[in-house]
Design a protein around this ligand. Structure first.
Ligand code: FMN
Length: 207
């Protein structure tokens, strides 16, 4: 498998190659695998029509940047000039709703539909899509929105950091685990083993 990957990945491909493709191809160009704001901007300057933020599901590099975290800044920088899409770690409808709320035009799925495929063939894939659709609708109902256009960044809460509450002794918060301050300003009990309390905070590269 490693040998196959070595053969498939060509690190010599560069922006010069993209310029050649752009010259040759009059249609739309979408580049997948974008992992930072600088490349997003550079790709738009090079004439691509859309970018897909993706670390390919974290399959090769487990610690690659998390697309969901990049999304707000990329949309802010290039969202008006290109279609920004996101892929990696989309495992339920709420992930799709959150991504669209943060400015993605589309989300893509990899493993989610493959799980359905393995479990039930074509019917399994149809079932995956039906589950995602119902989760999208349920999430939107809970958020009180009836169209995707109503979704905004304010509908998304991201735990950007977990840190001990300054000056809060353990006994003052019921002993045991210390309390932590989360981005929204509320407090929560710190998990015992790790601080992976939100999307993508675990060690796997996930959105
Ligand atoms: C079995 C498998 C094979 C894949 N092969 C490729 C590939 O050849 N090229 C590529 O760009 N991404 C490939 N991917 C990555 C997917 O296109 C997609 O980026 C990724 O699965 C999305 O993350 P998710 O699985 O968390 O939804 C592959 C993924 C899986 C699961």
């Amino acid at each position: 498998m490693g040998e196959l990957l070595d053969a498939a990945m060509d690190p010599t491909i560069s922006y010069d190659d993209l310029a050649i493709i752009r010259d040759l191809w009059p249609g739309k160009i979408v580049v997948k695998g974008v992992q930072n704001v600088e490349d997003s901007q550079r790709l738009i300057d090079a004439g691509v029509d859309g970018i897909i933020l993706s670390n390919h599901g974290g399959r090769q590099l487990d610690r690659a940047p998390i697309p969901f975290r990049l999304l707000p800044e990329v949309v802010r920088e290039v969202g008006k000039d290109a279609t920004v899409m996101i892929d990696t770690g989309i495992m339920n409808g709420a992930d799709i709703v959150a991504s669209i709320a943060l400015g993605a035009k589309f989300t893509l799925i990899g493993r989610a539909y493959l799980y359905g495929l393995m479990a039930g063939g074509r019917q399994g894939v149809d079932r995956t899509i039906a589950i995602l659709r119902s989760e999208i609708e349920r999430t939107m109902k809970l958020l009180g929105v009836s169209t995707l256009a109503e979704l905004e960044p304010r509908h998304v809460t991201q735990l950007t950091r977990l840190m001990p509450l300054a000056g809060a002794p353990a006994e003052a918060v019921g002993g045991g685990a210390p309390r932590v301050r989360v981005a929204s300003g509320t407090t929560a009990r710190a998990p015992k083993a790790s601080a992976s309390a939100s999307k993508g905070t675990g060690s796997r590269a996930k959105n």
